[in-house]
Design a protein around this ligand. Sequence first.
Ligand SMILES: [Cu+2]
Length: 503
Amino acid sequence: MSRRHTPVVVRRSVSRALFALAIVSARSVAGQSPASTPPAAADTAQDSAADAAHGGGTARGGALGGAQGSAPAMAAMAEMPADSGSPTMHMRAGPLGIGMTRQGSGTSWLPDGAPMHAQLIPIGGWQLMIHGVEFGAYDQQFGGSRGATQLVGIGWLMGAATHALGDGQLGLRGMFSADPWTTSPRGYPLILQSGEAFNGTPLHDRQHPHNLFMELAAIYDTPIAHGLAVQVYAAPVGEPAVGPVAFPHRPSAQSDPFAPLSHHWQDATHISFGVATVGIYTHDIKLESSFFNGHEPDQHRSDIEYDDHGPVLDSYSGRLTVNPDAGWSVSTWYAYLHRPEQLEPTVSQHRLGASVLNDRAFGSRGRWSSALIYGANLYSNDPRLSNSALVESNLDLDGANTVFGRLEYVAKSPADLFVDTPPPPAADRFNIGSASIGYARVIGRLTPYLTTSIGAVLTLDAIPQTLAATYHTRTPGGIGVYLRIRPAHSHGADEMSAGMTMR
Ligand SMILES: [Cu+2]
């Protein structure tokens, strides 16, 4: 088994830099004293922040702090009732007046109206946004000896800081996951899941853990002409312009702790060790291209997987995204992945697909987020396209109760599932169907900054007769019962239409 080594020095300096950043951030927040801000100054701060929101990102955002008269800025924000509707703080818009809620994973776009659960923290001229989620789940998967039961922690934490720079805006991002330690080095049980490897064997019936470093990226946006802007994204670890918004960031997947079975046909490139993306966009249309490292992460989840000289950008992609209005985002993509899989070192892939994301209000306090995704792989050793399709929806009925579900189809190979190839005339690809349904309910605030919910998801899969002996059934499945923690504040469509005020 070959493993690409990172010099230890690189790893240490990365983690040192991150800790230093965290400490500096904490000090900056604590050092701010909005307690002494007179009300008039607070009003001024709001006004200039409003200007920043409307001014195409050229205004400095340093006045975002001190909107309320209590000590640290974070506490001040937390004291605002989440649903008061009072415009107390403004989210900063990027070039062309595009708001932060459009920001998906990597450089992808969400519908503007998509809810974003995040805390905004002003630090000097920077605006820091913290978001993430952690599920603590009881995970039980059924499928004969391939089933398993485990208590797991699944989640991620992201900090995204933005600052005006020149005519544009600079962003720095770090996204982290504790999954390698809170699930297991082999991830968590998920019947029929495939992708990546452990100790020289394909991971099957388990979802691989996400890496400690999910994203470390710098992103710069600047207008270049009237109504036209460019974006440059450089990421030692990050997401190239491939696929839909990755499932951990997708509003339609927000209540389901488990990965889609079609992850490796759609959005599995979301952790790539070396990404350079250039995009050009109008307010509604974005065209982008990436060069990136196409190798899937190996089982060593806390390193940055470069060879001796740094990242090798051996793969490429292109993606077109259209956001015709605040409710919709439509994308299509193509990627060439150079020898992505560790256990099939001579096989390259073409990956293509399309997605339609929708987000709309539901009733007076609810929100309905949905996705329709098609994703396909074409392997260099097989002329047949391998297809997947996914529909998922998350219906927040009233701000407290959510029903959600997912339907999937994916064709997996004997190698994917680590089974023998059935003798002809049986198909050597297995058509797999999967249906999940779940319910989640907000149970309260854990701290002023965090909301907790409980939830459950039930999955039933359908597999062909040729797999029945392996799984002891034609209908394997699973259940997950969880406690979810995430930032208390939700930013969404209302603030977009109201000049991006934060509630
Ligand atoms: Cu993933």
